[in-house]
Each structure stands twice: as structure tokens, then as C-alpha cells.
Ligand binder design. Structure first.
Ligand code: ADP
Ligand code: MG
Length: 236
């Protein structure tokens, strides 16, 4: 007879506070669900990058994070793995609604994140949706209502929030802003502030960008609670 899932989950969670990042090298060194471990392995992800090593343990502990690391350093998994684990540990199911929201500045980035989530999350039962426009709003809205993880661009998300009075994000546990500095650079600041005003204040927020700019900190002030600053610098 197999161990009940709730026992497995409690065991994983009990290890979050004692992760020794100096001994952290492979994803299997982390207390992750078998579903995530398998998804990572089959996607050929074995060793953590620096930003993943620094931020995943804090994110698993439920901390808000402001992470900075250069392009190509692996920031996507640094937030997708905590999303999968958070929903898994809450035994989230398809009918539980929106659990995590990932906002990124461009359609291309949204699509890449979505594809990575589909790969590493393939053994989980959550539904994921890409909300980037290009499809008609009604179609997207219907799909959005059934999604546990939504990957979106700021403008399209705000459009859904404005035009759909039933848009429901009260269940949301994790908000991720990917390329947070670019969101601001590109003139999304007001859009982002309007979005944040619509989100439940009781949530975990993970911000990632290439640089820790002043404006990212401005945005952080709006949304982060006692954030952990994680900065990984390129050694030259
Ligand atoms: P960033 O968002 O920081 O620019 P990405 O998350 O897009 O970086 O990752 C850059 C590339 O590195 C991608 O091709 C991704 O598949 C790869 N990658 C990320 N993490 C790992 C890892 N732990 N092991 C191997 N490759 C990785
Ligand atoms: Mg990225």
C-alpha cells in the first residue's frame, strides 16, 4: 500500500526550512514532489543554476522574492518549480480555480514560459493557460475560468479584469512578475498597478528581472512583503 499523499506532502514541507544551499547541486537534492522531479528529469534538467539555487529554497518557504540574474541564467524554472510545488502541496485540483498568475512583458516570453511549464509540469494534473491576445476575448475568458496557472501579458490580463466582472482571482496564491524591469520600461507601469490592485493581498509574490533597478523596487514596494533580495552576478 502506498503512503497517502498528505503524508508525503507533510514530509516534503517539513524539509523546507533545513535546505542547505551550500550542498545544493541537483534538483533531486531539493524536497520536491516526484511529479516535478520526473518532469524535470525528462526535460533534461538535472543541475540547478545559481539563481535557481538561491531562490527556490526561499520560494518554497513561502517568502516573497525580488530576484535578479542575467538573461539566460534560468529564471523561468526559479519561479515555475515553486508554483508547481505550492499547488501540489495544497492538493490543488482543476476545479479549485486560479492558483498562480505569471505576468511577462511579451507574447514570445509568455509562450516560452508556457512551453516550459507544459514540459516540467506534465505529471501534475493542473491546467495551464496562455492569455496573450490574438484569440477572441470570449474564447480566452472561457479558458481562463478553468485554468489553475495562467501565463499572460499585462495588457491582455487587465482587459480580462476590466471586461469580465466575474473574473475571479481570490483563490490566487502566487503572483510572478517575469522581466519586471521590462514591464516598467515598456510603459506597463500603470497597467501593472491596476492589475495588482485587483489581486488578493494575501499571496506570495515573486519578482524576477535581469537587473535590480530602482523602478523594480518601486513596484516591489506595492506588492512585496519583507522580500528576500536574491542577486546573482555574472563573474567577469
Ligand atoms: P532567463 O529567464 O534567466 O533569461 P531561462 O529561464 O529562459 O533564462 O533559461 C535560459 C536557458 O537555460 C533555457 O534554454 C533553459 O531551458 C535553460 N536552463 C534553465 N535552467 C536550466 C538548468 N537547471 N539546467 C539546464 N538548462 C537550464
Ligand atoms: Mg526569462
Amino acid at each position: 500500500k502506498s503512503t497517502p499523499e498528505s503524508v508525503v506532502i507533510e514530509k516534503l514541507k517539513s524539509q523546507y526550512d533545513s535546505i542547505d544551499i551550500t550542498k545544493l547541486s541537483k534538483f533531486t537534492d531539493l524536497p520536491l514532489s516526484q511529479k516535478t522531479i520526473k518532469g524535470l528529469r525528462e526535460s533534461k534538467y538535472f543541475k540547478l543554476t545559481d539563481i535557481q539555487r538561491e531562490s527556490i529554497p526561499l520560494a518554497l518557504q513561502g517568502k516573497d522574492i525580488l530576484g535578479a540574474a542575467q538573461t539566460g541564467s534560468g529564471k523561468t524554472l526559479a519561479f515555475l518549480i515553486p508554483i508547481l510545488e505550492c499547488l501540489y502541496c495544497q492538493q490543488w485540483t482543476r476545479i479549485d480555480g486560479l492558483g498562480a498568475l505569471v505576468i511577462t512583458p511579451t507574447r514570445e516570453l509568455a509562450y516560452q514560459i508556457f512551453e516550459t511549464l507544459r514540459k516540467i509540469g506534465r505529471y501534475h494534473d493542473f491546467s495551464a493557460g496562455l492569455i496573450i491576445g490574438g484569440k477572441d476575448l470570449k474564447f480566452e475568458r472561457k479558458r481562463m475560468d478553468q485554468c489553475n496557472v495562467v501565463i499572460c501579458t499585462p495588457g491582455r490580463l487587465l482587459q480580462h479584469m476590466d471586461e469580465n466582472p466575474l473574473f475571479d482571482c481570490v483563490t490566487m496564491k502566487i503572483l510572478v512578475l517575469d522581466e519586471a524591469d521590462r514591464c516598467l520600461d515598456m510603459g506597463f507601469k500603470q497597467t501593472m498597478n491596476a492589475i495588482i490592485a485587483n489581486l488578493p493581498p494575501k499571496r506570495q509574490t515573486l519578482l524576477f528581472s535581469a537587473t535590480q533597478t530602482k523602478s523594480v523596487q518601486d513596484l516591489a514596494r506595492l506588492s512585496l512583503k519583507d522580500p528576500s533580495y536574491v542577486s546573482v552576478n555574472e563573474m567577469t
